[in-house]
Design a protein. Structure first.
Length: 269
C-alpha cells in the first residue's frame, strides 16, 4: 500500500484500540469499589506491627488531596482496562504488522505473541500473591514509635512496579529462545555462559523488584531460573533439529584432512 494508506490504517487501528480501552475504563469505573479492594488486598494482608492492615489509623492507605480519590479511581480503571482489553489492542497491533511478514516470520511471531502473554500474566499473578511479604518487610523497617502513613499514590506505584517487574523477568526465557531461533545464541554458547546467565537472572530479579525483601527476590529469581532451564532444553532441541536438517560438512574431519569444497565440478583447464 502507499504510505498514506498505511498511515490511515494505523490511525484506524489506534482509534479502535483507544475506544476499546475507554470502554474498558468505563466498565472498570462502574465496578471501582471492587477494583479498589483487589488492589488494596496485598496491603491489607501485610502484617504491620503484629496485625494485618486496614483496621486502624496507621495501617490504612492515606488520601491527601480533595481530588486524589477521583484520580485514583481513574488510574486504577485505566490499569484494569489496559489488562482486560489487551487481546483487542494486541490483535490490532498484530493485524497492522502481519501483512508485512512472510510465512515463517508469521509462525514465530504467533509463537512469540501467544507465549509472551501467559508468561507475563504468570509473573504478574505471582507478584500479586507474594506482594504482602515485601510490604511486611518494608513497612516494618520504620523506627519504633513512628506512625507509618503510606499514601495511595505511593502504594499504587509499588503495586504496578511489582506486577511489571515480575512480568518482565518471566519474559527472559522467551528472549533466550528467540535469540536461538534467529541464530544468535547456540546451546554450546549458552552452556559456556550458564553460570553468568543465572547470576544475571538473579541480578535482574533484584533490579526490577521494587522491594529489597530477600525472600521476594529469591522466589522471583528461583522461578525465573526454572524457566531459563526450560528455555535451555528448547534451545538444545532446536540445535539438534538444525544439525539433522543441515549437517555441518566439517564435522569429523581430521586436522590434516582437506575440507570439501562448497561447490561441485572440476577445475578449469
Amino acid at each position: 500500500m502507499p504510505l498514506m494508506e498505511h498511515l490511515r490504517e494505523l490511525r484506524n487501528r489506534l482509534v479502535k484500540s483507544i475506544l476499546v480501552i475507554i470502554l474498558g475504563m468505563t466498565i472498570a469505573l462502574v465496578f471501582s469499589n471492587q477494583t479498589l479492594n483487589i488492589v488494596a488486598r496485598p496491603f491489607c494482608s501485610a502484617v504491620i506491627d503484629g496485625m494485618s492492615g486496614c483496621h486502624e489509623v496507621g495501617d490504612k492507605l492515606v488520601i491527601n488531596g480533595v481530588f486524589d480519590g477521583f484520580f485514583l479511581r481513574i488510574k486504577i480503571a485505566f490499569f484494569f482496562a489496559l489488562l482486560g482489553t489487551c487481546p483487542v489492542w494486541l490483535y490490532q497491533l498484530w493485524a497492522f504488522i502481519a501483512p508485512g511478514l512472510c510465512a515463517h516470520e508469521k509462525k514465530w511471531a504467533y509463537l512469540f505473541t501467544f507465549t509472551a502473554v501467559p508468561l507475563f500474566v504468570g509473573g504478574a499473578v505471582l507478584a500479586y500473591v507474594v506482594m504482602d511479604r515485601g510490604l511486611h518487610y518494608l513497612l516494618n523497617l520504620a523506627p519504633q514509635n513512628s506512625l507509618v502513613l503510606p499514601s495511595w499514590d505511593t502504594y499504587l506505584g509499588y503495586f504496578t512496579g511489582m506486577l511489571l517487574g515480575f512480568g518482565i523477568v518471566f519474559e527472559l526465557p522467551l528472549v533466550i529462545v528467540m535469540l536461538n531461533v534467529v541464530g544468535i545464541l547456540t546451546h554450546e554458547r549458552f552452556r559456556k555462559w550458564r553460570r553468568v546467565l543465572i547470576f544475571g537472572v538473579f541480578l535482574i530479579a533484584g533490579i526490577v523488584n521494587p522491594s529489597p525483601d530477600p525472600w521476594t527476590m529469591l522466589i522471583l529469581g528461583g522461578l525465573a531460573v526454572v524457566l531459563v532451564e526450560a528455555a535451555e532444553f528448547i534451545v538444545w532441541a532446536n540445535d539438534r533439529r538444525k544439525a539433522r536438517l543441515h549437517p555441518d560438512p566439517y564435522t569429523g574431519l581430521a586436522d590434516d584432512e582437506l575440507s570439501p569444497l562448497p561447490f561441485g565440478g572440476g577445475g578449469r583447464g
